[in-house]
Ligand binder design. Sequence first.
Ligand code: SF4
Length: 87
Amino acid sequence: MRLVVDLNRCQGYAQCAFLAPDVFAMHGDESLLYNPEADPAQREDVMRAVAACPVQAILLEITDEDMANMVAPDAVAGAGSPSGGAR
Ligand code: SF4
């Protein structure tokens, strides 16, 4: 998961720093610091931050590996079985 904040768009509202404090931090009143290579364990917090940013300044790139990790383990386990696979 890679993320970029469009700092020309960012208005320093700090919603992201509140929702994902391990990834985003305010430095002073308006300057935002962030980890562009956020740990996958922070994915849910980052998604909340993306959704909460009032100016949609946070751009998130989801890799194939991220997509694989998003698939629920029971969906993978049930794929192809008579009781849990696709219809
Ligand atoms: S929520 Fe959006 S506008 Fe506010 S600091 Fe974060 S990126 Fe900037």
